[in-house]
Design a protein around this ligand. Sequence first.
Ligand code: MN3
Length: 200
Amino acid sequence: MAFKLPELEYDYDALEPFIDTNTMELHYIKHHASYLKKFNAAIEGTELEMKNPKAIFSEVSKYGDEVRNNGGGFFNHALFWKILTPNGSEKMDEKLSDAIVKYFGTFEHLKDEFSDAAAKQFGSGWAWLIKKNNGELVVTSSPNQDNPLMDIAPIKGSPILCIDVWEHAYYLKYQNRRPDYVQAFWNIVNWEKVGELFNK
Ligand code: MN3
């Protein structure tokens, strides 16, 4: 049972001008599809074919780098597409809004902390907003295609918001200006979706 590329819920040009059409198309068709293909190849004929990605990540240190890197690449991008939407969605779930105030003081503080984590992640990687098992919201980041569901992650939890800070995610439009890309990202966040993930 091979994993499949999730359908995009918007067109390649729908996130303009914040994420350009070329980047979106390459990112989905080339990068995401490539992680998926390699992930499927890595698990083919093994017991991992019968497991969901979260179960695999919870013991990912038992498997090789092919599973860790490509499984992460497959899952992380699928989540990233989901939490983006044209023009953003400002409908903030009340429970999520309360939790943001509880753990960050204000929404602006959350944005600052997350943007800072995204800017400072050295080299390729991701920044995350995660919900820990005790309900606490925490900002974290990870190198490469690691994610906070993996047993090797120093800070673990369920991701509810993420940003890809690999150069392939922004270089065509922003070149080396990663902070500008991160700033633009806030215009296209699907807060409705983030709220759903928070309440799961
Ligand atoms: Mn990417």
